[in-house]
Write a protein that binds this ligand. Structure first.
Ligand code: 0WK
Ligand code: BGC
Ligand code: BGC
Length: 962
């Protein structure tokens, strides 16, 4: 072979020579693309994809169990099935059983269904031989194509690569497609629990000791890598702590033109004639599927120049794909390569000379060397990312290697490693051959995924009782309606339906200055309310919030009311009202049996209040007594109002359609304008009266809500200040009605049929007896408030805590670590739910948990959010069912087809929770479709409403305010 020929061969092969500088540019190009892709910066179009794999830790070696692994696409048109037994840290290592199947071309280029049916068929064939019986089998799917994963078991194919182009798969979840194919086989109970890229399988198959691999490299028909990245750098995940394995998908590097400086005409021709022109440019210079083709194109070129085979080609040589990577690898074998070259060329119908064979070897060498060096440049870009993580140990990096080209090519791995040392001299890299082609790694990921799947099932089982469906809500609505009617009739009912003696809404003519107290919500407030003309001054409010220490709310009644009077006096002083006797309205947000506007017998405390000597007493008298005890103070208590009534009045001042008051705060309750004719406890049947439902106790009679009470709710109830000790000792309606006939407003209590009313100062039992004798179908002092404990802010946090404790016990949460703070009652405030359920990123949720000394990872944070969402959503739906029952009652009272009504609302849970109010509205829309319900948030709370109640009373009584 003459010099010219050799020269023209050399000239041709020089094109495959990539300089160190070019390699560094490629390394920098890939690193730049990696960072842009991680950042998901708008407008940037990086050519590597950086796909999160949801593998969040390198193998721990603790995984155990038998797993089925299906490998598709790692080694060209073959499919491999493996049975892998993981034996944990201590168990003896078991070699996987595997079988390889060749995929016919008509399948790799056919429909997706054909491909997945073929795969499922291979699984059955394999399992038939293995005789695994009918036990449930967990499968890990090693799918070596670019996929966008949203979890370990959800993966959408972005685009086919290598020799595959099945229709109807791109953009689909390949796990679902495989599940459907397995179902079509109907042979085995196989659960697909994880989908893994082959690079991840390679990385995870490495032994964690002495050092876990943090990079997975595959060079087979295709090429790619993955590595452990800091999760905070992966923009699409919005997390701040921990690591996640990222599938680089470097095969597409250069699809934007970055490789043009090193691409040869052979690369361009190969790409043009490939299955996916214009894509996977880097892979087409490195991957085994293409190296043989590149060699073939060079041989044709050199033959065309007369530099080889005497310028003769053959049909076989001119045939696409006739030279394989296997040929290349064998030809480069230092000892047998030359003979192999001859054999191959003869198989291609050529008559090669010895020089031809030597040149062919050089061509193979040039093509594969470039591939190894380019691959090294890409790998050093990945190593740079791994080593850029400050929190990472300074130790070297272990790279798991896989793929037939890397493993079997005589020089590829050595040249690659040599080039890595050249390009990253200070990177202490260890190359670790992956086991079983990554099959073990896929089984490890499957083990992790099945543990997570079990946790997900346990979470779903735990939260299932909180997920209410409309039938259940309709039942609650109907039961609430029934209890309302029974309550109005004075029959046994858990909903007391207490008359409030508020019979009219404000009409804007009210005037005057009023003092108002607002007790029973989060804050105790004293207010000075100036009611002016609606068109001019409107209503001006000066108020002050006063703290109510537990020693007062759970002390004696005298302490409580003396404290209240102290606050009033302070307020009067601050506002130069001392000595003025303004009408005072008392918003007292507890169940009171009102005997008049200014007389209300406290039936029982709720919401953590427990002041003694109050239940069964007239609260207004207790306040007046405290005023009397405070020398020199004159106060004219004219009305006691429930906060629902205050809220309705306050909103009614803005919107005359407002006829319902709703509170969802520390406690929950509602009131509404009922036809007087339906209120058995109050004489008269013309006009309307506002009824304080006290719906918090709904279900206390055990006739409703039973099915909703989870063990968590029972624990909260048991630990609450008023656990459900007793059930209503109902009296027949008859007796009650008897009492009513002969009573005057005050007489009601004095009815003959046992409606005696106990003087003040009676002891507990007597008091219970007294209340029972009060003729109201209510409960003894410590009613259970079942409905309230499923809905209101005082309890939601505790329900969440109970559920979190349970999930921790199940090791679903916090890795089973039992944090002392989670044992602490009331440590989870309902505002915590509101924060966690607002649109916070995972890391922000994690930060909130840390404030509670709960060390959580971002997965935990997501689970905690799901628990909060389930608990608050149930509360909102149950509350919505209650509102639907009320507005439907009003609609039917008025015999209307459609009702438009406004509900005045207040309460921190309704106002501050990000989704609660909308969920209540959704439930009302669904359960009361014939009602058009507007929810009007109360400004200034119910203190204003209470003042309006006095103002209306004064207006009705024809007495102007002082
Ligand atoms: C503000 C009202 C007050 C009511 C409270 C309920 O002015 O009367 O008791 O809302 O909401 P909470 O403060 O319990 O969340
Ligand atoms: C695929 C990668 C895969 C690589 C090695 C490429 O064609 O896009 O997902 O990891 O081949 O098999
Ligand atoms: C009380 C009601 C009050 C509601 C909202 C409940 O615990 O029994 O009277 O309206 O809380 O504050």
């Amino acid at each position: 072979m003459n010099e010219n020929t050799l020269e023209s061969v050399q000239q041709c092969l020089n094109q495959f020579d990539v300089t160190e500088e070019q390699l560094q540019q490629i390394q920098a190009g890939i690193l730049g693309d990696m960072e842009r892709a991680l950042g998901r910066q708008a407008g940037s179009s990086p050519s590597v994809q950086m796909l999160p794999t949801y593998v969040r830790s390198t193998p721990r070696g603790t995984e155990q169990g038998d797993f089925l692994v299906l490998e598709l696409g790692a080694s060209g048109a073959t499919l491999r099935v493996l049975w892998v037994t993981l034996t944990g840290i201590s168990g003896p290592r078991k070699e996987p059983v595997s079988q390889e199947f060749t995929i016919p071309t008509e399948i790799t280029l056919g429909t997706g269904q054909q491909l997945f049916d073929f795969a499922a068929g291979c699984l059955v064939q394999f399992l038939d031989q293995l005789q695994v019986g009918s036990q449930p089998i967990q499968l890990g799917f090693n799918f070596s194509f670019p996929c966008h994963q949203t979890g370990l078991n959800q993966s959408t194919l972005i685009s086919w690569t290598k020799g595959f182009r099945c229709s109807g798969v791109e953009g689909q979840d390949v796990v679902q497609l495989l599940r459907e194919a397995i179902q079509r086989q109907g042979a085995y109970n196989i659960e697909v629990v994880a989908v893994v890229n082959d690079t991840v399988g390679a990385m995870m198959s490495c032994d964690p000791s002495p050092q876990a691999c943090e990079v997975g490299l595959v060079v087979d028909t295709g090429t790619n890598a993955c590595y452990m990245e800091e999760v905070r750098h992966v923009a699409e995940l919005k997390e701040d702590r921990g690591r996640i394995c990222v599938n680089v998908q470097w095969g597409s590097f250069g699809d934007g033109g970055a490789l043009e400086p090193v691409q040869t005409p052979f690369d361009l021709q190969l790409d043009q004639e490939s299955l996916h022109p214009g894509t996977q440019r880097f892979e087409k210079m490195v991957g085994g599927l293409y190296l043989g083709e590149l060699v073939r194109l060079v041989l044709i070129h050199l033959a065309g120049q007369g530099a080889l085979f005497g310028g003769v080609t053959s049909p076989a040589l001119l045939t696409h794909g006739s030279v394989h990577v296997q040929h290349v690898m064998e030809i480069e074998d230092p000892s047998h390569g030359r003979a192999r070259a001859q054999a191959m060329l003869q198989e291609l119908g050529l008559t090669p000379s010895a020089q031809d064979c030597a040149q062919v070897q050089r061509v193979c060498g040039a093509v594969s060397s470039r591939a190894a060096r380019l691959c090294a440049a890409a790998l050093t870009a990945v190593l740079a990312r791994v080593r850029s993580n400050p929190e990472r140990s300074p130790l070297g990096v272990s790279v798991a290697t896989g793929g037939r080209l890397y493993k079997q090519h005589p020089r590829f791995s050595a040249l690659l490693q040599q080039t890595v040392r050249l390009l990253a001299p200070d990177a202490d890299v260890t190359f670790v051959p992956s086991e079983d082609g990554g099959g073990r790694g896929v089984a490890v990921v499957t083990a992790v995924a099945s543990r997570l799947a079990l946790q997900r099932r346990q979470l779903e089982e735990t939260l299932a009782p909180f997920r209410l469906h409309s039938q259940q809500l309709k039942a609650v609505q109907a039961q609430m309606r029934e209890s309302m009617v029974r309550g109005l009739r004075g029959e046994s009912s858990s909903i007391r339906m207490l008359p409030t003696y508020v019979c009219a809404m404000p009409d804007g003519t009210e005037r005057g200055d009023f003092l108002a107290l607002d007790l029973g919500g989060t804050n105790f407030r004293v207010l000075w309310v100036k009611v002016g003309s609606r068109s001019e001054e409107g209503i001006k409010i000066i108020n002050r919030v006063f703290s109510l220490p537990e020693s007062v709310t759970q002390g004696t009644g005298q302490q409580l009311f003396d404290h209240i009077v102290d606050c009033i006096v302070d307020f009067q002083k601050e506002n130069n009202l001392s000595g003025q006797t303004l009408p005072l309205s008392f918003t007292f947000s507890f169940p009171c049996k009102q005997l008049g506007l200014d007389q209300g017998i406290l039936l029982n405390w709720t919401k953590g209040f427990k002041a003694s000597d109050c239940e069964g007493q007239d609260v207004v008298s207790l306040l007046r007594a405290a005023i009397r005890r405070r020398q020199g103070v004159e106060l004219n208590v004219v009305a006691i109002v429930n906060d629902t009534v205050g809220t309705m009045m306050s909103c009614g001042y803005e919107d005359p359609h407002c006829e319902v008051g709703l509170i969802v705060g520390t406690g929950t309750n509602a009131c509404y304008m009922e036809e007087l004719g339906n209120v058995c406890a109050v004489p008269g049947d013309r006009g309307r009266m506002c009824i304080n439902m006290e719906w918090g106790a709904f279900g206390d009679d055990g006739l409703a809500l039973q099915e909703f009470y989870t063990p968590f709710d029972l624990s909260v109830d048991q630990a609450s200040i008023n656990p459900g000790k007793q059930r209503c000792r109902a009296r027949e309606g008859g007796a009650r009605r008897a009492g009513r006939e002969d009573s005057d407003r005050r007489g009601w209590a004095r009815g003959t049929s046992g409606c005696g009313w106990v003087g003040r100062g009676a002891d507990g039992e007597g008091r219970a007896e007294a209340v029972a004798n009060l003729g109201c179908p209510s409960y003894s002092l410590s009613a259970r408030a079942r409905y309230e404990k499923l809905i209101s802010g005082m309890y939601l946090g505790e329900i969440v805590r109970q559920v979190l404790l349970h999930l921790t016990h199940l090791r679903v949460l916090f890795g089973g670590q039992e944090f002392p703070s989670l044992q602490t009652k009331d440590i989870i405030k309902t505002k915590f739910l509101s924060e966690i359920e607002s649109d916070l990123e995972r890391w922000q949720v994690r930060a909130i948990l840390e404030k509670l000394d709960l060390q959580a990872d971002c997965e935990d944070a997501l689970l905690v959010r799901e628990v909060c969402q389930a608990v608050s959503r149930r509360a909102a739906q149950l509350c919505g069912a209650g509102v639907a029952a009320v507005v439907e009652k009003i609609r039917e009272n008025r015999g209307l087809d459609r009702l438009s009504v406004t509900v005045g609302v207040d309460g921190t849970l309704y106002k501050l929770h990000p989704h609660f109010s909308e969920q209540v509205k959704d439930a009302v829309r669904e359960l009361a479709p014939q009602c058009c319900v507007r929810f009007l948030l109360s400004e200034d709370g119910s203190g204003k409403g209470a003042a309006l109640v006095s103002a209306v009373a004064c207006r009705l009584a024809g007495a102007a305010g002082p």
